[in-house]
Write a protein that binds this ligand. Structure first.
Ligand code: ADP
Ligand code: ZN
Ligand code: ZN
Length: 730
């Protein structure tokens, strides 16, 4: 037997499958997806089996033999998916496999075996038939009778050994699952509520799609549609609080009913517990969770529960799209507009696109959900609408505040609204997407601006921390007392970040009854963030100041006032998605404000007439999406074209530029053009330069870029240049 494998090496140059002889005595432990150790280029490396064939094209004497079989095995469909990701994102299958392999597998992490005591029939009878037992023995048997199998260490091994000798208990090694901590779910109702008319109408086509699937599999036909498409792709476009999650739950119930598995993706780890709690309350133990915040042991065991089919629902952030499940019936991508679905490491995969692919492979239903969907999904998916909040409340009124000519970070109207909020004992959220005290420092005499020595960006003042810091590379220096160039002590601070805003609010408004909280990435760790959110949640009144983090999917039913401090911030990026981000930010905040029906949202801006701000204020998402699709069609942006970004970076001045120039000469994208090379600002001490390919022929253009990169990467004139390719950059 021949195993064709993908060696798990980091090298881009190693491509394709390598054949090894699989000795007969190992063959029955090996399947597609098995992890092996094989000799490779003078070392022994790990490799994943992609195919098993009776013979190789190479003569036997040129083939090496598999060295060992490791216990981990990836489902076969994920091996195919890894090969596809390697191609689609101009990476390699090995790098894609690295993000999919069972947690700890490459280090040989396996299940934990625990000695467990089980009551035998004889032991059961011994409790009542007058068998002579010591008090200790009787207690142990009674415990086992009441609670079922128990780890031996809890009962005392000596007594158990004696009982085992008499045939009253049996001791066996069983797999112990390290289960993640479960959250208290008592407050969440377990029963499915009666759906609203809108929810019902949204659910019908989804259930119909399942019915078609179930019929097709009963008739033994392959997936219903061509393998290029999911069985059906839906976009659940519903305002916040419209009950989207309930639709996911009932669609999941239908998939489980049909014997099919379910994957639920959420945009970030911080939101996993919330989603997990609701799915567990409804479905119990068949729900598993996978995310990088869990210990490796727990992840490994949850992974196995899924692989064995003990768990049939997987909840998690983007990497949960690789949950080891066969026969997937439903994939949900909640808050599908969030850019966190894009992976920033290599391979730069987009979990939403991978979800499309995986749904297509399984003939599964793909369900995107959002209050502010991407134009891409509006364009490609069947749209289902939820326009009403479940509680019947109206959306809050949104007022635009013109900041031109004002110097205080908050508009006078905002101060008044906050004072009203305090007087009424209410809650407010103030959103400013900029951490720190002020965004830059300059010398009042010579104009020197404090810059990061590694990146071409200004240093941000963090007053509490007593330093100025770079938000790109983490470089820090003490707050300057005077200018090193001219010696002047007049150092001016410009702009306001969350830290300064918090300070101003504390000074002007805070009381014991009206506390001010701050949440941003400076609150390190998930726990610190969770505890700030919890304290704000528990308070009866107060203000929460923070970055975008606070507007993401968190639920504060009782927030009556929402403020966006610098709505233009997202528009200043030179990016075709800038307007979409601005619209989404304002709409998402509005969605989380005034659930009771008396909400008010204030949007501070220097561009009060800007389209996304005007349309968000009118809650006109159709108007926005239609305009956005027209604009993108006219300018040939996604979804009407594919963008591929190539960034070269180097230590020296012109290495990066030379490599991008060379690439540009090689890439001739079919149905498109190449923009650049364009210089980028220096980052972490690296000079950078980029190309952008814009094309209507996605697959061919990706292939063109891939082969150009293969030619340039690692060649002599461009040694020391690193090249990163980003398909569908965010
Ligand atoms: P979304 O995900 O669209 O923001 P949720 O699914 O979180 O909305 O629903 C908002 C609230 O309404 C939740 O507390 C949920 O339990 C409740 N809810 C959803 N559907 C119903 C229903 N049909 N009947 C009663 N309550 C519902
Ligand atoms: Zn100076
Ligand atoms: Zn820096």
């Amino acid at each position: 037997m021949i195993a064709r494998v993908l060696p798990l090496t980091q090298t881009r140059a190693i491509k394709g499958l390598f054949d090894y002889i699989l000795p007969q005595e190992l063959a029955d432990q090996v399947a597609v997806g098995s992890l092996l150790r094989v000799p490779f280029a003078g070392r022994v490396v790990q490799a994943v089996v992609a195919e098993l064939t009776p013979s190789s094209e190479l003569p036997d004497e040129r083939l090496a033999t598999v060295a060992a079989v490791l216990p981990a095995r990836l489902p076969a469909d994920l091996v195919k998916l890894a090969q596809w990701i390697g191609d689609e994102y101009c990476s390699t299958a090995a790098r894609a496999l690295n993000v999919m392999l069972p947690p700890g597998a490459t280090r040989g992490l396996t299940e934990k075996l625990v000695l467990t005591a089980v009551l035998t029939d004889a032991g059961q009878s011994a409790l009542t038939d007058g068998t002579r037992l010591t008090e200790g023995q009787r207690a142990v048997l009674t415990d086992l009778a009441a609670s079922g199998p128990v780890p031996a260490s809890q009962l005392g091994t000596a007594t158990l050994r004696r009982l085992e000798g008499r045939g009253l208990v049996q001791l066996e090694h069983t797999v112990s699952s390290r289960r993640p901590d479960r959250h208290a779910v008592s407050s969440i109702s377990k029963a499915a509520p009666k759906l609203t008319v809108e929810q019902q109408a949204a659910l019908v086509p989804i259930l119909d799609a399942f019915a078609v699937l179930a019929n097709a599999s009963m008739m033994g036909t392959e997936a219903v549609s061509t393998p290029e498409r999911a069985a059906a792709t839906f976009l659940l476009h519903g305002v916040t609080g419209s009950g989207k999650t309930e639709v996911y739950l009932q669609a999941a119930a239908a998939a489980l009913e049909a014997g099919l598995g379910v994957i639920i993706l959420v945009p970030e780890i911080g939101l996993t517990p919330q989603a997990l709690a609701r799915f567990e309350a409804r479905f119990g133990d068949v729900v598993a969770v996978l995310h990088s915040g869990m210990s490796e042991g727990k992840r490994h065991d949850e992974w196995l529960r899924l692989a064995r089919g003990e768990a049939r629902v997987c909840v998690g952030p983007r990497s949960a799209i690789f949950a080891p499940m066969d026969e997937i019936g439903l994939i949900v991508v909640d808050e599908e507009h969030e850019s966190s679905y894009k992976h920033e490491g290599d391979p730069r995969y987009d979990a939403r696109t991978v979800a499309e692919r995986r749904a297509a492979d399984h003939g599964a239903v793909l369900l995107y959900g959002s209050a502010t969907p991407r134009p891409e999904s509006v364009h490609s998916a069947a749209r289902l609408r939820l326009d009403q909040r479940v509680d019947g409340g109206a959306l809050p009124s949104v007022e635009i505040l013109d900041m031109r000519g004002l110097h205080n970070p908050l508009h006078p109207q905002t101060w008044l609204a906050l004072a009203d909020c305090r007087r009424d004992g209410g809650k407010a959220i103030v959103l400013l997407n900029r951490r720190g005290w002020s965004n830059f420092l300059s010398c009042g005499s010579c104009g020197r601006v404090w810059m990061c020595p590694n990146c071409e960006v200004t240093l941000v003042l963090h007053r509490t921390g007593g330093h100025v810091a770079c938000h790109h590379c983490g470089h820090r220096e003490p707050v300057p007392g005077k200018c090193p160039d001219c010696g002047s002590v007049s150092v001016a601070r410009h702009g306001a970040g969350t830290e300064r805003l918090e300070h101003e609010l504390v000074t002007a408004l805070a009381t014991p009854e009206f506390p001010v909280f701050r949440l941003d990435a400076d609150a390190s760790g998930l726990d610190a963030r969770a505890s700030i959110l919890e304290r704000f949640h528990a308070a009866s009144a107060g203000v929460l100041v923070g970055t975008q983090m606070i507007a993401k999917g968190h639920d504060f039913a009782d927030v009556g006032l929402g403020v966006v401090v610098d709505a233009d911030q997202t528009m200043r990026f030179p990016d075709f998605r800038a307007e979409e981000r601005t619209f989404s930010l304002v709409t998402q905040l509005a969605g989380r404000t005034g659930r009771g029906g008396h909400g008010r949202v204030l949007v501070q801006t220097m561009e009060p007439l800007a389209r996304p701000i005007q349309l968000a204020a009118q809650h006109d998402s159709d108007g926005f999406l239609n305009g956005e699709l027209q604009r993108r069609r006219a300018l040939a942006y996604p979804p009407f074209a594919t963008l591929i970004r190539v960034v070269c970076s180097s230590e020296d001045d012109d290495g990066a530029y030379a490599a991008t120039t060379a690439l540009r000469q090689l890439i001739e994208p079919p149905g498109g053009r190449v923009l650049g090379p364009a210089p980028l600002f220096m980052l972490r001490g690296k000079h950078r330069s980029q190309l952008v390919v814009k094309t209507a022929e996605r697959t061919a253009a990706i292939a063109a870029v891939r082969s150009a990169v293969d030619v340039i990467a690692g060649t002599k004139p461009h040694r020391g240049v690193s090249i990163s390719v980003d398909v569908d950059p965010q």
